[in-house]
Design a protein around this ligand. Structure first.
Ligand code: C2E
Ligand code: MG
Ligand code: MG
Length: 564
């Protein structure tokens, strides 16, 4: 090789090596430019590399074929090299010369072979990196994972481009029940289609990642917010395309609108914010979408304060049982009561919604529920001993108890140790959201039933599972949530009216007692009568009453319903 040729050779190889050893990325076109130069230098008319992720793929020709250079002339193969890597991937390089071209000298041949080896080891390493990238940034099902999300955020942060984006954390609502309803495989299809729907909206203006189970995160340009929220609020998702079967899917979502100029203080900054707000969306009221604001951090402090003082407050008897009467609207008699908890703290009455959700974050709620049950039993025992009129009292048990395998024994122990006949106690439970809970719930309710203790499903109609729950579990009482009660100004054909009618009729057919919660007006009482729902509880009759007031009510035992 003459001097000039050698110089060109070294120029190309040096540039090639610089590109190939750049750890932060390279452009395939740059590599091809250098390889094309080298091919021309060595009179090579075509150069190709092949990559197969396994021997099997090589055999069936399922791989990537990259043509680095092809001058289009008719040619024949002159050199070929094939390597099977330790990871059992196959890389291959082949060079061709045009027919009639002067053959390679020994020196040229050696150089070309060295180049081929270099290219092959580069391709092998690079593909391996892709595999590692897949394993690192995607989960087993091919969804981007948490690391992808954190990397994306870090990249935006490095470029000072976080502002103007929105981050969300979302959890699919009642997904376990969806799985129960349509089967796990169809459930997977639902997740896939829902995910794809969001990916299609977000495109290359952000990413969506699955961080485990039915929990997801996404970050995207602010301009897409409305479209994304529309999907999160609830859309029908196809799970059986052949039979065009669809199911409604919605999510509890925490949203953080990242302000202009926002910089990460620590890597988990944004994650903390969206998780906090999404937890609020999950456990709070009916709002499925909650925007993060700084007050929530104060909320967190409040949470830890409540958790801190709870044991002492329980010990000091700061929790009081209030009783809300249940009325037979036909006769006006009190037929029962619900025990509701109030916290007397520093001379103030704290309503349950301020502390129950906090106690539900740990098993503290279980201690409180048993404390309530014990106090209710003590009151009943006293009423019985004093020969007062006694009614059945219902006690709320949190879903958290479902984890307790000895729950049934615990309940019976408290009731029996107070020597209270079982017929005076009713246990209120709310809907469950997981398979395991559902199974446990069924076991507990059946057990209570066998022990002669009534069970009621509380807040019926609030969630997705309602019908399944009624069909599969032998409840005694269905407490129809107040959201089902028609408002005073609605006409008799309103959807609420129709739903209410339907629910009462269904309960009757299944032989389950029905009571309407949250009855506030005379008009609603009439609606109940019209639908043959003769039991009611609500402010129209009484608010939850302190013990002494309730005892007075019990003594008179009667309400004049038509007197407002
Ligand atoms: P819940 O079990 O559904 O109890 C009924 C709630 O509705 C009570 O709220 C009651 O005061 C309210 N209510 C009754 N009538 C009316 C009405 O006419 N209109 C309106 N707007 N509301 C009415 P409260 O006492 O604030 O309790 C809220 C929730 O806290 C309860 O809902 C229950 O889920 C929970 N809770 C209360 N005490 C306990 C307890 O000891 N243990 C557990 N685990 N949860 C409890
Ligand atoms: Mg209740
Ligand atoms: Mg309720």
């Amino acid at each position: 090789m003459d001097k000039e040729k050698l110089f060109t050779y070294y120029q190309h190889t040096e540039r090639l090596l610089t590109i190939m050893t750049d750890m932060d990325g390279f452009k395939v076109e740059d590599i091809n430019t250098e390889l094309s130069g080298l091919c021309r230098l060595f009179r090579i008319s075509k150069g190709i590399t092949e990559f197969y992720s396994s021997l099997e793929h090589e055999r069936s020709h399922k791989g990537e074929v990259l043509i680095c250079y092809d001058d289009g002339r008719k040619c024949h193969e002159v050199l070929s090299k094939r390597i099977v890597t330790k990871a059992m991937t196959v890389v291959k390089a082949t060079v061709y010369m045009a027919d009639g071209e002067e053959p390679l000298s020994d020196e040229e041949r050696k150089k070309v072979q060295l180049l081929m080896k270099t290219v092959l080891s580069f391709v092998a390493r690079n593909r391996l990196q892709n595999i590692v990238e897949r394993l690192t940034f995607y989960d087993d099902n091919g969804y981007r994972n948490m690391r992808s999300f954190m990397r994306y955020i870090q990249q935006l942060n490095d470029k000072d481009k976080l502002g103007g984006n929105t981050a969300v954390h979302f959890n699919l609502r009642h997904f376990t029940l969806i799985n129960q309803e349509i089967g796990r495989n169809a459930g997977d299809v639902v997740i896939h289609n829902y995910f794809t729907m969001l990916e299609d909206i977000i495109g290359n203006q952000g990413i969506v990642c699955r961080i485990g189970g039915d929990n997801f995160v996404a970050i995207f340009d602010d301009s897409l917010l409305t479209d994304v929220l529309m999907v999160l609020q609830g859309v029908p998702v196809v799970y059986d395309a052949n039979n065009s079967k669809r199911i409604m899917v919605s999510a509890s979502t925490g949203v953080f609108l990242i302000p202009e100029g926002f910089k990460l203080e620590c890597p988990g900054d944004i994650m903390d914010k969206i998780i906090t707000s999404s937890q609020e969306a999950r456990t709070g009221g009916s709002d499925n979408i909650i925007f993060f604001d700084d007050d929530m951090v104060i909320g967190k402090e409040k949470v830890s304060r409540i958790q801190q003082v709870f044991p002492e407050a329980l010990e000091n008897g700061e929790f009081k049982v209030f009783y809300q009467p249940k009325i037979d609207i036909e006769t006006g008699n009190i037929i029962g009561a619900e025990a509701l908890c109030r916290w007397e703290r520093d001379g103030q009455l704290v309503p349950p919604m301020e502390f129950i959700p906090v106690l539900e974050q740990s098993t503290d709620i279980c201690k409180l529920d048993f404390y309530m049950l014990d106090h209710v039993c003590k009151d009943i025992r006293r009423w019985l001993s004093e020969k007062r009129p006694v009614v059945r009292v219902s006690v709320n048990l949190s879903r958290k108890h479902m984890m307790d395998v000895d729950l049934l024994e615990h309940i019976l122990r408290v009731i029996d140790s107070n020597n209270v006949p079982h017929q005076y106690i009713e246990i209120e439970l709310t809907e469950t959201t997981t398979d395991v809970e559902f199974r446990d719930l069924k076991r507990v309710v059946s057990g209570l039933q066998q022990a002669g203790i009534c069970t009621s499903v509380d807040d019926f109609g609030m969630g997705y599972s309602s019908l399944n729950l009624i069909r599969e579990i032998p409840w005694n009482v269905l407490k129809v949530d107040r959201s089902f009660l028609p408002a005073d100004d609605s006409n008799s054909h309103s959807s609420k009216n129709i739903m209410f009618k339907y629910v009462i009729a269904m309960a009757k057919e299944l032989g389950v007692e029905c009571i309407a919660e949250g009855v506030e007006t005379r008009n609603q009482v009439d609606v109940l009568r019209g639908n043959q729902c003769m039991l009611a509880q609500g402010f129209y009759f009484d608010k939850p009453l302190p013990l002494a007031d309730f005892e007075k009510r019990l003594d008179s035992k009667h309400y004049d319903i038509d007197e407002e």
